[in-house]
Design a protein. Structure first.
Length: 190
């Protein structure tokens, strides 16, 4: 009887852990507040990565040293597509803006601002060809590109877009729950 109790306790602990992993995001918010990348107008040397340049610029920004030379002209940041997040249903709600920018070096970044979405397990940021998908079948039928796991369900955040993605073919930004294949919020792009 003792081994049966141990097995039941172990099973109960496993089930409780699974329930917590699946349910806790509904009660907890994860806030992210990223600045727009400082390297937006920087020319990245071949010997460095963008994150290394960003770290160097952050360190330099804290320095009190004054420069006497004028700043060189920088390239322009171009706003390509933008949209507002909307609720998918009464349970899966979202708000804030999604904007795709072309950086001076030619790279693209998706910026979420004043963003808030119902939290859930393993949420992902997708670019979808469908202009306003309401279901998984519409999302799958039109095709999509997964950018990254969602960094936080609240706040301002940046997501690099791979160079092979055709920006003009993207109709919306979708916050998607991978384990349950559920749309949480959609931002149709214009």
């Amino acid at each position: 009887m003792t081994s049966r109790r141990l097995l039941l306790v172990a099973l109960a602990i496993l089930i409780a852990g699974l329930v917590w992993w699946l349910g806790s995001p509904l009660f907890l918010d994860e806030t992210v507040d990223e600045d727009f990348p400082m390297t937006v107008s920087a020319e990245i040397p071949d010997s460095m990565t963008r994150s290394e340049v960003e770290a160097l610029m952050m360190t330099s920004a804290r320095s009190a040293t004054r420069a006497t030379e004028p700043m060189p002209e920088s390239g322009e940041l171009e706003r390509l597509r933008e949209g507002e997040f909307r609720d998918v249903d009464r349970l899966h709600r979202g708000s804030g803006s999604a904007t795709i920018y072309r950086l001076p070096g030619g790279e693209h970044v998706l910026r979420l601002e004043d963003f808030e979405v119902t939290n859930g397990p393993d949420l992902r940021v997708l670019l979808a060809a469908h202009a306003d998908p309401m279901s998984r079948s519409e999302l799958d039928g039109s095709g999509y590109v997964e950018l990254a796991p969602l960094k936080g369900n609240v706040g301002n955040q940046n997501y690099p877009i791979p160079s092979e993605v055709e920006i003009a073919e993207q109709g919306s930004v979708v916050i998607y729950c991978r384990p349950f294949h559920v749309l949480f919020s959609v931002a149709p792009l214009r």
